[in-house]
Design a protein around this ligand. Structure first.
Ligand code: GDP
Ligand code: IMO
Ligand code: MG
Length: 420
């Protein structure tokens, strides 16, 4: 049996915290897509840790964690991350496995990411520049190198061939960067990676499922950044939606039970691209400051706005979301009035669907207002004692989405979560 946790917005919904919270109910936690563009924040013994590639179950001593084939892996980042995890007591040596089919991010992928963004000028995606797009391009272009290839004696020859190809592309971009330092670190990190538990991920996970183990699949990014269904071209390069769980881990759709969608009580986006409910006023600044909305991976300020129910309902449909966890509800504590976008006005017409080529449209968000609860909820541990006005806000969202909010997160701490 497999349950899924994924983001319903443009990323940073709090997936890391929620996976860490739910991990106790599972035996195996597996990342199925994305790479070090992700930044999943957890608190372990009150210390903050940001995971980029390691699944967020790693701090549970009795749980297995798997980096699935759908991930693109940066060995340099992995090595640093493992050191950080070990310093906080996480046992990556025993509990972390990597699929042999996982593609590697090379230093030249990172350079290509930069070159590509520079060439786009004002139309740039706002990529995290971690080499994600170029690495997935080499996967679908059938050129990439995989973790399992490391054990092959031809690895270095293959690497040099691919590097030469990348150099020609970089020359075409007229982009120059000295990557010798990265390359040195890269080869050093590959040695580290060779010492890992490299497994055939699809047999590994299916055998575990057959033995009755419970699997939690952890998504990265968010549904609106999905390469097919997001705000293309301002998206990432992987399938961030529940369909990506099957191809990113090698499990059949019938094995998936709950799809747990995470949304903030408001909305954020980092990087370029459409964001109909964005607030560029004092309320937007309030959300950024109160919510500490600065990227976990790049430190960039996140764009902030009201919750977008049109986009959320779309995300629930694409993913088959069966329950919702709402995070950062406490950030709304200081507001007198809350708004929720219930339709988009495009060319004078109101619609409740997400359009194609959102970035080429003028979209006016149409809102319904709710009264804010204006009370500190960060220490509330029982839904019954939550403010009535919050229950109305949640009820409104449940009705619009047709999917129940089952948990409300009211602080970054491990225990700050309330069952509805
Ligand atoms: P992820 O990428 O989806 O895992 O989310 P990030 O870790 O990038 O960003 C979420 C941020 O919000 C982190 O700094 C979390 O510590 C924090 N966070 C998560 N849930 C809550 C919550 O309910 N309340 C508050 N105040 N912070 C939260
Ligand atoms: P988590 O897992 C928020 C955004 C980037 C950029 C676009 C493409 O922490 O939620 P890429 O590096 O993939 O080429 O960037 O996607 N992006 C994210 N935004 N959270 C993330 O991950 C993101 N990963 C990528 O800002 O707009
Ligand atoms: Mg994040």
């Amino acid at each position: 049996m497999v349950d899924v946790i994924l983001g319903l917005q443009w990323g940073d919904e709090g997936k890391g915290k929620i996976v860490d919270f739910f991990a106790k109910n599972y035996d195996l936690i597996a990342r199925f897509q994305g790479g070090p563009n992700a930044g999943h924040t957890l608190y372990v013994n009150n210390q903050k840790v940001v995971l980029h590639q390691i699944p967020s179950g790693i701090f549970h001593p009795d749980k297995i964690n798997l980096i699935g084939n759908g991930v693109v892996l940066d060995a340099i980042t992995l090595k640093k991350e493992c050191e950080a995890v070990a310093a906080l007591g996480g046992d990556y040596k025993t509990n972390l496995y990597i699929s042999e089919r996982t593609h590697l991010i090379l230093p030249t992928h990172r350079a290509l990411d930069k070159a590509s963004e520079l060439s786009k000028g004002i139309e740039k995606i706002g990529s995290t520049l971690k080499g994600i797009g170029p690495a997935y391009m080499d996967k679908t272009g059938r050129n990439g190198l995989r973790v399992g290839d490391l054990l092959d004696k031809n690895f270095t020859t293959q690497y040099i061939k691919l590097r030469m190809k990348h150099q020609r592309l970089l020359d075409n971009f007229n982009f120059q960067e000295d990557i010798s330092q990265w390359e040195e670190e890269f080869f050093d990190a590959l040695e580290f990676l060779r010492g890992f538990k490299i497994v055939n991920g699809e047999y590994f996970i299916n055998e575990k499922i057959a033995q009755g183990n419970k699997v939690l699949a952890e998504g990265a990014q968010g549904s609106m950044l999905d390469v097919d269904f997001g705000t293309f071209p301002f998206v990432t390069s992987s399938s961030t939606v529940s369909a990506g769980v099957c191809s990113g881990l090698g499990i059949a759709p019938q094995k998936i039970k709950e799809v747990i969608g995470i949304t903030k009580a408001y909305c954020t986006r980092v990087g370029s691209g459409p964001f109909p409910t964005e607030l560029t006023d004092a309320t937007g600044d309030f959300l950024r400051n109160a919510g500490n909305e600065f990227g976990s991976t790049t430190g960039r300020p996140r764009r902030c706005g009201w919750i977008d129910l049109v986009a959320l309902r779309f995300a629930c449909m694409i993913n088959g979301v069966s329950q919702i966890v709402m995070t950062k509800a406490d950030i709304l504590d200081g507001l007198e009035e809350l708004k929720a976008c219930t339709s988009y006005k495009i060319n004078g017409e109101a619609q409740q669907t997400v359009p194609f080529q959102m970035h080429r449209m003028n979209i006016d968000a149409i809102y319904e207002s709710c009264a804010g609860w204006n009370t500190d909820i960060s220490t509330v541990s029982n839904y019954e004692t939550m403010p009535e006005k919050m229950k109305l806000y949640i009820g409104f969202i449940n009705t619009y989405l047709g999917v129940p909010v089952k948990f409300i997160s009211n602080g970054p701490g491990r225990d700050q979560i309330v069952s509805v």
